[in-house]
Design a protein. Structure first.
Length: 202
């Protein structure tokens, strides 16, 4: 990370928590935060990832504003007991606070487990337009609590053509708007879509 940071820093809010907090102090809008990492099987790394999120939560709760953490479930291991343990800790640390959790989505073989744990703990999820199943998943997620983010998909999906992915993306957005359950969420979705459109040339 230290080697690559100078090249990637315009896409990264900070090299560490302190750098992130300094960047965030200059922002006035809702912020979504992702601590980079995935597919962890080493116990020490899993513990470090969870500790990093707890450290971040501790500092965010002292700040004004509304924050969203978007971890990847596989940052906390591959066994159910480890995933559930991490989810419980995140829930406990963030409940009744200015912080929400929305699980980032990963490769296809992790999607259902991510959805199941998000459902159990009432966390939000990210849905990928390049996955056909997202068209069904969005209906289920929004019928329960409506907390989603839509992206094109960084992992290999079963929709390959860019034009088809864009079409699927817009279909997901339309479904989201039809199921909006609060004005606040509607405003956030609108903001995200405008930003996403500019980034991906939609």
């Amino acid at each position: 990370m230290n080697i690559l940071y100078p090249l990637a820093k315009r896409f990264i809010a900070g090299e560490n928590v302190e750098g992130l907090l300094e960047t965030m102090s200059k922002l006035i809008e809702k912020v979504t935060i992702n601590y980079v990492g995935e597919s962890c099987s080493n116990k020490k790394t899993i513990e470090e990832n969870l500790n990093e999120y707890e450290y971040l939560i501790y500092h965010l709760q002292k700040m004004d504003g509304t924050y969203e953490l978007s971890p990847k479930l596989s940052q906390f291991g591959t066994f159910d007991r480890d995933l559930l343990y991490a989810a419980k800790k995140l829930k406990l640390k963030t409940q009744n606070s200015n912080i929400s959790i929305k699980f980032d989505m990963e490769q296809e073989d992790t999607i259902q487990r991510t959805l199941d744990i998000a459902k159990e703990f009432r966390f939000g999820v990210v849905l990928q337009a390049n996955m056909n199943r997202s068209q069904n998943d969005i209906e289920d997620v929004m019928s329960r609590y409506g907390c989603i983010r839509i992206c094109k998909g960084a992992y290999d999906g079963d929709i390959k053509e860019d034009s088809k992915i864009r079409e699927a993306y817009l279909c997901l957005v339309e479904t989201a708007f039809k199921n909006i359950i609060s004005i606040g969420w509607s405003l956030f979705v609108t903001y995200f879509i405008l930003r996403a459109s500019s980034f991906h040339n939609f």
